[in-house]
Write a protein that binds this ligand. Structure first.
Ligand code: AP5
Length: 217
């Protein structure tokens, strides 16, 4: 399975990518996550990405494309991949096409998770993440068993710095301006599949799997 996930910040790309990666036994490749790991490790890449991420802006295309190309070259990606957060601009989509063709491959689908803006804001500002194991929670929709602490590893949960209301507004604007044009781009190529992302996590996953395996709804 070679799938890209499209959708606004908070649409559930990371959540669904994790489930789909387990289902199809392929790696979940999240550009946001790779940038965050680099930030934590203090690498040069992390330093280049820092100011853009803090402001809710996109990291420049050349930096992001080189990073994805390197990741797709790793052995585990030969079996397929779920790309979460890339491409995010039309130039990135064109660069991905070249990367894939160069490897003699093709995309199976571009999956769009559709969620209205008021719910996106609620999801992002209420999200809490585990800095240790990466588990994802929501104060209202998916709370941990013990408030503020990770169910899996017991670490204290934190809020992503770019999940503040002000930065969320910027991210949603950037999505509309720079990423939403990809919907038409993939529709024109016959690859777009749309799913209602408002439904509970497991229902969305089941719907996606049905769609990808030839179902109609
Ligand atoms: P990135 O990490 O990719 O952030 P994003 O696209 O803004 O997406 P999010 O992770 O915020 O949301 P999501 O759609 O994955 O939702 P999630 O599943 O977590 O990117 C961060 C930054 O890195 C960017 O701003 C940019 O600076 C940079 N960057 C990354 N890629 C780049 C690129 N290609 N080019 C340039 N720059 C790039 O869910 C959100 C919340 O909702 C969670 O709390 C979750 O529990 C909850 N939730 C999810 N699904 C459901 C559901 N069905 N029902 C109820 N709650 C749900």
């Amino acid at each position: 399975m070679r799938l890209i996930l499209l959708g606004a910040p908070g649409a559930g790309k990371g959540t669904q990518a994790q489930a789909l990666a387990a289902h199809y036994r392929v790696p979940h490749i999240s550009t946001g996550e790779i940038f965050r790991q680099n930030l934590t490790q203090g690498t040069e890449l992390g330093e280049r990405a820092r100011s853009y991420m803090q402001k809710g802006l996109l990291v420049p295309d050349d930096v992001t494309e080189a990073m994805v190309d390197a990741r797709l070259g790793e052995p585990d990606a030969e079996a397929g991949f779920i790309l979460d957060g890339f491409p995010r601009t039309v130039p990135q989509a064109k660069a991905l096409e070249v990367m894939i063709q160069r490897r003699g491959l093709r995309l199976d689908a571009a999956l769009l998770l559709v969620v209205p803006e008021d719910l996106l804001t609620l999801r992002l500002t209420g999200r809490r993440v585990c800095p240790q194991c990466g588990a994802n929670y929501h104060v209202q929709f998916h709370p941990p068993k013990r408030d503020g602490w990770c169910d899996h590893c017991g670490a204290a949960l934190v809020q992503r710095p770019d999940d503040s209301l002000e930065t969320v507004k910027t991210r949603l604007r950037v999505y509309e301006e720079q990423t939403a044009p990809l919907i038409g781009y993939y529709r024109d190529r016959g690859l777009l599949r749309e799913v209602d992302g408002r439904r509970p996590v497991e229902e969305v996953t089941a719907h996606v799997v049905r769609l990808l395996e030839g179902g109609n709804d």
